[in-house]
Design a protein around this ligand. Structure first.
Ligand SMILES: Nc1ncnc2c1ncn2[C@@H]1O[C@H](COP(=O)(O)OP(=O)(O)O)[C@@H](O)[C@H]1O
Ligand SMILES: [Mg+2]
Length: 291
């Protein structure tokens, strides 16, 4: 499904519980209009994976997800032969009556995410998540799939997508991706949201949260991001933390409660200690001033 305009896409994403900024909505709109893969980069927890999931919900499409990791290979990403099923088939057929062509037919394939997405006749959003974790060779392989939207299985032939899936790749940028892959894709960097948007996201994701608490928690986290931390907190941390504060019955921040719960925001012990010992009181005061 394509959208009539960027506004229409933005609205559909909102209805799917995702609040994109204008840049991301534009990138998603262009990717779906031009039928090009979209590469989303950004720090952990800024909403890359969720953007693809929300796009699927907004389009009424099926989400097919390939989680990348070191050592990911064709057998886990594309297809594998179902040996045990082939073996059963040989046993059932008695000696000599099974041809090789029969054994390497489509019914003996185990379909992994990429093949499933290429073969699907229904609308699909293919999420290739955290591509920076996969090895170079896999990235090179992916290049072919993404340029032609086809997969060749030697024993079966070439399978061409009847309908191109929408493709979203994400990267946490633990390494640079190859230029060739980037060239195939539209690109968008997701940064941390503005204060206003972050408050909106928190209120959407933590139903019933006191407005003041949402505003102060978001402002506090925005303050943390201005410090030089080893791992600045993402939106995910703001959501989790606000949820925790709400569960404790808090209506606003205080230095004590922040100190007790800061562990769900700062997951590096060094960050935790330096904030607790230096910036905490000022940041709380500043955040309380936000609303
Ligand atoms: N713009 C947004 N609108 C709604 N929820 C968001 C948004 N950005 C992030 N989130 C929420 O933040 C959390 C982390 O997002 P996620 O997509 O897992 O981050 P990433 O993949 O970039 O590490 C999720 O719970 C997601 O729902
Ligand atoms: Mg992710």
């Amino acid at each position: 499904m394509t959208f009539a305009s960027i506004d229409a896409l933005e609205q559909a994403l909102r209805e799917a519980s995702y609040l994109p900024d204008r840049g991301l909505a534009t990138a998603l709109y262009l990717a779906s209009t031009l039928e090009k893969p979209l590469l989303l980069e950004g720090e952990a927890g800024v909403g890359k994976t969720e953007a693809a999931k929300a796009l699927a919900r907004a389009q009424g499409a099926r989400l097919i997800r390939l989680q990348c990791y070191e050592g990911l290979d064709v057998a886990h990403a594309v297809y594998e032969w179902n040996y045990s099923r082939q073996l059963l088939h040989i046993r059932a057929a008695q000696e000599g009556t099974v041809s090789e062509a029969e054994l390497f037919g489509p019914e003996f394939l185990i379909r992994r995410p990429l093949l499933e997405a290429i073969e699907s006749s229904e609308p699909v959003v293919l999420l290739i998540d955290e591509i920076d974790r996969a090895d170079d060779e896999f990235e090179a392989f992916l290049l072919e799939v993404l340029s032609d939207f086809q997969i060749t299985i030697p024993e079966v032939g070439t399978i061409v997508a009847e309908r191109r899936p929408a493709v979203v790749l994400t990267s946490n940028r633990t390494r640079e991706l190859h230029d060739a892959l980037k060239r195939r894709c539209l690109f968008h960097w997701i940064g941390h949201p503005t204060l206003e948007r972050e408050i909106e996201i928190v209120r959407l994701r933590v139903p019933g949260v006191p407005e003041r608490l949402a505003a102060q928690a978001a402002a506090f986290v925005q303050g943390l991001r201005r410090l030089e931390l080893a791992k600045p907190p993402g939106v995910a941390e703001t959501i989790d933390w606000t949820q925790a504060l709400a569960a404790l019955g808090r209506e606003e921040l205080s230095a004590e409660v922040v100190e007790q719960t800061l562990g769900s925001v700062l997951k590096y012990h060094e960050d935790f200690e330096s904030v607790r010992d230096r910036a905490l009181v000022d940041l709380v005061q500043e955040a309380r001033g936000a609303r």
